[in-house]
Design a protein around this ligand. Structure first.
Ligand code: ADP
Length: 447
């Protein structure tokens, strides 16, 4: 409640476009359900619905040491994971830096570098003389032809190396390892962080059947009945179920979600590295929520509704408002305090009064609720599709982990949207590492 009711009214009016009507939420759900059905039947869809070829085969017997190479998260990492009856008993991790030059240069150089890092890793950890099996966590949209064949569809995040799109990245890595020499490493599974999160979730809770990422990007995967999956290039082994990677970051590309698109969303899109794509991710993920809040604040200041109409240089800088700040402001909303918000405004060299603080808190709330609602509207359709008596959703990612209300809202909204489908949200950390070891153990058994 602001001291100036006129300002309050105008702020609310400007932000009205972020408040989804019940009708629009249901429309998003319906379109999402249709897109899942299209994708799984190999019809054009903005959801890839990729077959991962990983069946529900965690037996709790998985034992052995596995290497995992994790590319596509915030850091590039190599891990040595020791499993005993499906549980991690040993984990050694080394992070490697990938320079801009490598991320934007030639694909061959990138994969040669990965092989160099692997060489360094096995020597550092004293396993250079052992024959090791490896899982490759590659968190980019890919087309999987088998458990160990992944063709990169499109680079995302900050990667753009040439000569990789359209190629099997397992093959590229294999060649690089061969070229390097001195490495007895066999890659037998490729997966992404979402699938890894679900696999790791299965170890912790036998009801886990959905994997969800809410971090820099967003994506989900789930256990689908094998007979419903029309795309199956590899040999079948009588699987009853298989993990389907929805790839929902690009849901709605091409205008499907235009009915909820605000001018702010358009600006985020224009300013992004991948304009006109990853529509859904731009509404919900950690990479964009802060930027949405920033654009709204700049707009409100332009309308002289906050900061006396005066803006600092910092707040006008694209991507300067981190999603971490949104979480911190949300802490203030939860605790009915002002301190975090004030600190952030100071960080941005902004002059503010009490009303300004309230507006900033309101903006963070509105943007966050919309994101939670959109994720929930899709997740509820996944649960409806699965028709299981109970589903544990394995979730990873900083947005889910640190936003103080995201989980609570999701629980509330999904319950409202899919009341017949009981579920639980469970934080599962490091699925991209441990999950790769599990996928490798499964792949080994299937050979
Ligand atoms: P990944 O890149 O593997 O998805 P994370 O799950 O850590 O890694 O997600 C990083 C993203 O999460 C970044 O986009 C960042 O803006 C966002 N983020 C980091 N800290 C927080 C936080 N405290 N609250 C909300 N989002 C955060």
């Amino acid at each position: 409640v602001l001291s100036n009711p006129k300002t309050e009214e105008k702020v609310k009016e400007l932000l009205q476009c972020f408040r989804l009507t019940g009708e629009n939420v249901l429309k998003v759900s319906d379109i999402f359900a249709d897109e899942m059905e299209n994708g799984i039947n190999d019809r054009p869809s903005t959801l890839l619905m990729e077959n991962t070829y990983i069946p529900e085969l965690l037996q709790g017997t998985e034992t052995g040491d596995y290497l995992a190479l994790d590319l596509g998260g915030t850091n590039f990492r190599i891990l040595l994971v020791g499993l005993q009856k499906g549980r991690t008993v040993r984990e050694e991790v080394t992070q490697y830096h990938i320079s801009d030059e490598l991320r934007l240069g030639s694909g061959e150089d990138l994969f040669d570098y990965l092989a160099d890092c692997l060489y360094d890793f096995v020597h550092k950890h004293g396993v250079a003389n052992r024959k090791l099996r490896m899982g490759f966590t590659f968190s980019f949209p890919m087309h999987q032809r088998a458990l160990d064949v992944g063709v990169l569809i499109k680079w995302t995040k900050s990667f753009a190396s040439t000569g990789v799109e359209g190629n099997d990245v397992v093959d590229m890595l294999r060649n690089a390892i061969h070229k390097k020499g001195g490495l007895d490493v066999e890659i037998i599974a490729i997966l992404n962080d979402t699938t890894g999160t679900l696999l790791q979730g299965c170890v912790l809770d036998s009801n886990a059947a959905v994997g969800l990422i809410l971090g820099t990007g967003s994506n989900a995967c789930y256990m689908e009945r094998a007979e419903r999956v029309s795309h199956w290039e590899a040999e079948r082994h009588g699987e009853k179920e298989v993990i389907i990677d929805i790839e929902w970051g690009a849901f709605g590309d091409g205008g499907l979600l235009n009915f909820i698109r605000t001018d702010f969303d358009k600006q985020v899109d224009t300013n992004s590295l991948f304009a006109s794509s990853f529509t859904f991710e731009k509404y919900i993920s950690g990479k964009y929520l802060g930027e949405l809040v920033r654009l709204i604040l700049v707009n409100l200041a332009n309308h002289r509704l906050i900061f006396g109409g005066i803006m600092s240089k910092k707040i006008q800088q694209i991507d300067s408002f981190l999603t971490k700040y949104v979480s911190q402001i949300e802490e203030d909303n939860v605790n009915n305090t002002l301190c975090n918000t004030e600190e952030i405004l100071k960080l941005f060299d902004l002059d503010y009064n009490e009303d300004d603080i309230q507006v900033v808190k309101y903006v963070s709330e509105v943007v966050s609720i919309r994101a939670a609602m959109l994720v929930s509207s899709c997740l509820s359709e996944v649960l409806k599709r699965m028709k299981r008596p109970f589903v544990t959703v394995a979730v990873d990612g900083s947005l889910f982990k640190h936003h103080p209300r995201f989980k609570l809202w999701m629980e509330k909204f999904v319950k409202l949207l899919a009341p017949q489908h009981p579920f639980k949200l469970m934080l599962v950390e490091d699925g991209s590492g441990k999950g790769a070891a599990l996928a490798t153990a499964i792949a080994e058994r299937l050979r």
